[in-house]
Design a protein around this ligand. Structure first.
Ligand code: UDX
Length: 441
């Protein structure tokens, strides 16, 4: 078992499917497990159930090797695997900022029942600190192999849109373990990744859990920091775009995650900072991360302010106005609409009586299901037809490349709100557009 452990991956969402496919491509025998038979069937037939550049090709390749298959059967997974990765979601609870651990608990419980020999269970999901210790106990009490089964924590830092690269060659790996044996198993399971010189940090379970939320909190803070500066720019006539560029030259600050605009969304940053704040309060140290509430507040205000800009451009009232909303996904190169700022803005404008038409290159199906009250166009240009105002909400390359004259020929008015600072302001103004962007004069 030492050289090439057999792997299972529980949960085949953005994280798990990518992990399972990449591990098989890297030479491991892998079984992916999901409770959704629809997803299992799709994956087995070579179809990735979500949008992720490069992944469909790798799925085909992995299936062809015969090293990868998907199942809904936990008994199968338990019998097969030496190392089991838990990759299920931990969304925000409906009525609380806390993380919903139902899926993690269910996955671990269903798997542990079938662990009859020495095995390692590895948590990858983002969880509140302390969860791993609780799960280790749970596994020991349920698994027929008892304390022969160990738990490790290996947080995942993959970004949607770059999931394959981030999995094959991550910036670093974190191994939260409680024994040398567990570390050895993880080193074997990631041998092809580590062979490329990827640094590993070995820690205890609770530090590994914390690395993930600390990293995401830092990234969220950086984004909200520059967006807070945008608020100041708005009342002073300064330009946050130039400000950010000037800050970025300082290597201590750096330009990454310093792009101002509509702010962060997605299935990770927003819910992670809320769950972290909640967990810190439970632990009696809420004050230490109280600033994350501000980070969340700044981020929400960006959405409200974007709505304000659209209203301003429409002369103070959007009722009956046609708004062309470009973008639905929470970021480009993704079809993920979880906590998507774009759809939040579009739905708010629709709620104010605007006739909103949305277009997104990848997220249309997801958006239509969740926001049936919005209109949907066939393309960016078709969406802009007769629009009183265009609002760019997700910075897809195809939107960046729009020619202002071509679009201006179909809209009713040449007015645009650039919610992502994605366009060349001078060029659009030169083509007669009234151009507005958050934090820019
Ligand atoms: C994030 C983390 O980057 C990743 O390491 C972690 O594993 C999961 O959460 P992801 O949610 O895929 O990944 O998206 P990311 O690229 O981090 O973007 C998050 C949001 O921040 C997007 O809505 C994006 O538009 C926004 N953003 C990002 C900004 O508004 N400004 C920036 O400068 C960067």
């Amino acid at each position: 078992m030492n050289n090439r452990p057999r792997l299972t991956v529980i949960g085949t969402g953005y994280l798990g499917a990518t992990h399972a496919i990449c591990m098989a491509v890297m030479g491991f025998e892998v079984v992916g497990v999901d409770v959704d038979p629809g997803k299992v069937a799709k994956l087995n037939s070579g179809e990735v159930p979500f949008f992720e550049p490069g992944l469909p090709e790798l799925l085909t390749k992995a299936l062809e090797t015969g090293r990868l298959r998907f199942t809904a059967d936990f008994a199968d997974a338990g019998a097969f695997g030496d190392v089991h990765f838990i990759c299920v979601g931990t969304p925000q609870q409906r009525d609380s900022p806390a993380a919903d651990l139902t899926y993690v608990d269910a996955a671990v419980t269903s798997l542990a029942r079938h662990l009859t020999r020495r095995a390692l269970v590895v948590g990858k999901s983002t969880v509140p600190v302390g969860t791993a210790a609780r799960l280790a106990e749970l596994i020991r009490s349920i698994a027929p192999a008892g304390d022969q089964v160990e738990l490790a924590w290996n947080p995942e830092f993959l970004r949607e849109g770059f999931a394959v690269d981030d999995t094959m060659k991550p910036d670093r790996m974190v191994f939260g373990v409680t024994s040398a044996w567990a570390e050895e198993q993880l080193r074997s399971a990631f041998q092809p990744v580590l062979a490329q010189g990827v640094p590993v940090k070995v820690t205890d379970l609770q530090t590994a859990e914390l690395v993930k939320v600390a990293a995401n909190s830092f990234l969220a803070t950086k984004i909200s920091y520059i967006n807070a500066m945008a608020e100041i720019c708005e009342v002073t006539g300064a330009d946050v775009h130039d400000l950010a560029e000037a800050l970025a030259y300082d290597e201590r600050i750096g330009g990454k995650f310093l792009r101002p605009g509509l702010g962060f969304g997605g299935g990770c940053l927003p819910k992670d900072i809320r769950a972290f704040t909640h967990r810190a309060e439970e632990l009696g140290v809420g004050q230490a991360v109280g600033f994350l509430r501000e980070i969340d507040g700044i981020n929400r205000r960006r959405r409200a302010r974007t709505v304000d800009l659209v209203v301003e451009l429409c002369g103070g009232d959007v009722a009956g106005k046609k708004v062309a909303a470009l973008g639905a996904a929470f970021k480009p190169n993704s079809d993920d609409i979880r906590d998507a700022p774009a759809l939040d803005v579009a739905a708010t404008l629709a709620g104010m009586g605007a006739q909103v038409v949305v277009y997104d290159p990848a997220a249309m199906d997801n958006a239509k299901k969740q926001y049936p009250q919005l209109g949907y166009g066939e393309s960016a240009l078709a969406t802009a037809q007769d629009a009183d105002v265009v609002v760019l909400l997700t910075e897809w390359t195809e939107f960046r490349e729009i020619d202002p004259d071509t679009m201006g020929a179909v809209t009713a008015q040449r007015r645009i709100v650039d919610g992502r600072h994605a366009l060349d302001a001078a060029r659009w103004r030169g083509a007669g557009w009234e151009y507005r962007a958050l934090g820019r004069p």
